[in-house]
Design a binder for this molecule. Structure first.
Ligand SMILES: [Cu+2]
Length: 238
């Protein structure tokens, strides 16, 4: 019953509007107070819209100001990374050296020598005091090189597997081995035996097995000494 009553009341309102026949404006203008209320509402809505627009404009303005800051910050963090990488690569490339300044050679053995021999440096020249030496073949020999000289220069004793043609290659390999004081690098071809590079006044030894019978050169591989004539001949007998 109450639902019908409300429905009937709704019908009566719509019928009354249609009965006026005029537009809704004429009906609105007829009532003075509703027009002022409508203007007030419109003005209020306009003010709210302005406030919202101003507020919304202020927020994006803040985002624009803060946006360049994050793009600027990653730049300083990216620059230290490339500087750290080469620092890490340097210690890995550093160990590539020609070995230590110590005796070596393909004929070096760790056996009790059957024979010992002494070679001395010339006291006042870039030369060996003995320019010839004779040893038996296939014999373990300990050679003591005494670097007593008045020039205060470094020398070593290097036995090569041939003559001057082979000695030149061994000498070049040693002179490029500054990290080990110009001794031949490990596994240098045709380098049979060598002592360490000795300061003036030092004595160094190397124990090696003598090669097959023949003639062999021994040289000093300190830069310039072999070219200055610091060499001798080893004759290996049967
Ligand atoms: Cu020398």
């Amino acid at each position: 019953m109450s639902w019908r009553g409300s429905g009937s009341g709704f019908r009566s309102r719509s019928s009354s509007r249609s009965s006026n026949g005029g537009s809704s404006f004429s009906g609105g203008s007829a009532g003075g107070p509703p027009l002022s209320v409508m203007i007030g509402l419109a003005l209020g809505a306009g003010l709210i819209m302005l406030i919202v627009m101003i507020a919304s404009n202020a927020n994006p303005g803040g985002f624009v100001a803060s946006a360049p800051r994050p793009t600027a910050t990653p730049r300083p963090t990216a620059t230290p990374r490339p500087t750290a990488a080469p620092v890490a690569s340097q210690p890995t490339s550093a160990p590539a050296t020609g070995g230590a300044n110590e005796p070596g050679g393909s004929n070096v053995v760790n056996e009790t020598p059957a024979q010992t021999v002494e070679i001395r440096a010339a006291p006042d020249a870039l030369a060996f005091a003995q320019t010839s030496l004779t040893l038996p073949a296939n014999t373990v020999v300990r050679l003591d090189f005494v670097n007593q000289n008045n020039l205060g220069v470094q020398h070593n004793w290097v036995l090569v597997n041939g003559g001057d043609d082979v000695a030149a290659a061994v000498n070049n390999a040693a002179q490029n081995n500054a990290d080990a004081l110009f001794v031949p690098p490990p596994d240098t071809p045709n380098a049979l035996a060598w002592t360490a590079m000795l300061n003036a006044g030092q004595t160094g030894s190397v124990t090696f097995r003598t090669p097959a019978p023949g003639t062999y050169l021994y040289i000093c591989t300190f830069p310039g000494h072999y070219l200055a004539g610091m060499k001798g001949t080893l004759t290996v007998t049967q």
